[in-house]
Unconditional design. Structure first.
Length: 154
């Protein structure tokens, strides 16, 4: 083999080994110090994900669609609940962007916003729907604590 062929073979071998090494560790190794959260993610446990989820939370449209199917909401209930969910999202977005609140205080405020929204949503529901809504909320709390099965795939 001539020198050029050996050089090309060496480069090809090096590239193949690099690709193999990246495949073995998921390709998510970073060089140098971390530069903050990955794209689409926020700190303090509020992470972006499929469907615009943050911290496991569906966006208002997904939540309303799910609630409509699970609780058999009327058109009037859907309109009222959508307003509540949109308001909640606005408050959560403002909280996420508020740099004066951090860590546990931010989580506590977020939980307060969610609790207030759930109280408003319950007021729109019938007694039967409230019972089912409460059961769903309890299942969600159990999953977050690791006490329950994973959420159903739809």
């Amino acid at each position: 083999m001539n020198k050029i062929s050996k050089g090309v073979m060496g480069i090809a071998l090096g590239m193949a080994m690099s690709a193999f090494a990246l495949g073995q560790n998921g390709g998510d190794q970073q060089q140098g110090p971390p530069q903050g959260p990955p794209a689409g993610q926020q700190q303090d446990g509020m992470r972006g994900g499929p469907g615009g989820r943050r911290g496991g939370m569906m966006n208002p449209e997904e939540r309303l669609k799910r609630m409509t199917a699970d609780l058999n909401l009327t058109a009037d209930q859907q309109a009222k609940i959508k307003t509540i969910m949109d308001s909640e999202k606005t408050k959560m977005d403002a909280l996420r962007d508020d740099t004066s609140v951090e860590g546990d205080a931010k989580r506590e405020k977020a939980m307060g916003i969610r609790k207030d929204s759930n109280t408003q949503i319950r007021a729109v529901l019938t007694a039967d729907q409230q019972t089912k809504f409460d059961e769903q909320q309890e299942k969600m709390r159990n999953r977050r604590r690791g006490d329950g099965p994973p959420p159903d795939k739809q």
